[in-house]
Design a protein around this ligand. Structure first.
Ligand code: SF4
Length: 197
């Protein structure tokens, strides 16, 4: 690309690629640090690991301004309603990273009070496992989200707004403590990936 720019003075590209280049380098995370994994998530944003290299240093504490939900920590049934509400308030297109084995599967908390994996009430795009995962594993998860965005075709479906069409509000019952677990698996909007550390 640089050679083309130097020799011709211009480059050619597709509008999809141009838009996706901008979108994937400006993913704004909503950090949901629920327990100890949050400490590693803070390192992810700190100077040593420096997520600003990937354009995602703008952590948003309002779901309406974020497009990546990072759930880091143990999610109890009581908390699951809050997590789901935050997800529902985010505008699409949006992505979810489950950080840490507690978030991914309940981890060591095989108890009545802990949800055994947030994919029971959220569509998770990337699972970052570990207890806790290292910040560089979370960076790798972000890069996988960026790769997902890179191959998106927003204009193929009409407009960029329509690119959220496969991310309509999900019809998944929020888990309840009472009664047997009868939750449906969420609709996926991307290939699920597991990162091991
Ligand atoms: S995975 Fe480990 S570090 Fe993360 S919330 Fe669970 S117990 Fe804490």
């Amino acid at each position: 690309m640089i050679e083309e720019l130097q020799s011709e003075g211009f480059i050619t590209s597709k509008i999809d690629d141009l838009v996706n280049w901008a979108r994937r380098n400006a993913v704004w995370p909503m950090p949901l640090g629920i327990s100890c994994c949050a400490i590693e998530m803070m390192h992810f944003a700190g100077p040593r690991y420096d997520v600003s290299r990937f354009g995602s240093e703008v952590f948003r504490f309002s779901p309406r301004q974020a497009d990546l939900l990072i759930v880091a920590g143990t999610v109890t049934y009581k908390m699951s309603k809050v997590v789901r509400k935050i997800y529902d308030q985010m505008p699409g297109p949006k992505w979810v990273i489950a950080m840490g084995v507690c978030t991914v599967s309940g981890g060591i908390y095989r108890t009545y009070s802990v949800v055994q994996g947030i994919n029971q009430f959220l569509p998770v795009d990337v699972y970052v496992v570990g207890c806790p995962p290292r910040p560089d594993s979370l960076l790798k998860g972000l890069m996988m989200i960026q790769d997902e965005i890179k191959h998106d075709r927003p204009f193929k479906r009409g407009t960029i707004i329509d690119s959220a069409s496969n991310q309509q509000p999900i019809e998944i019952p929020i888990p309840v403590i009472e009664g047997p677990a009868t939750w449906a698996m969420p609709a996926k909007h991307g290939e699920r990936k597991i990162i091991t550390v």
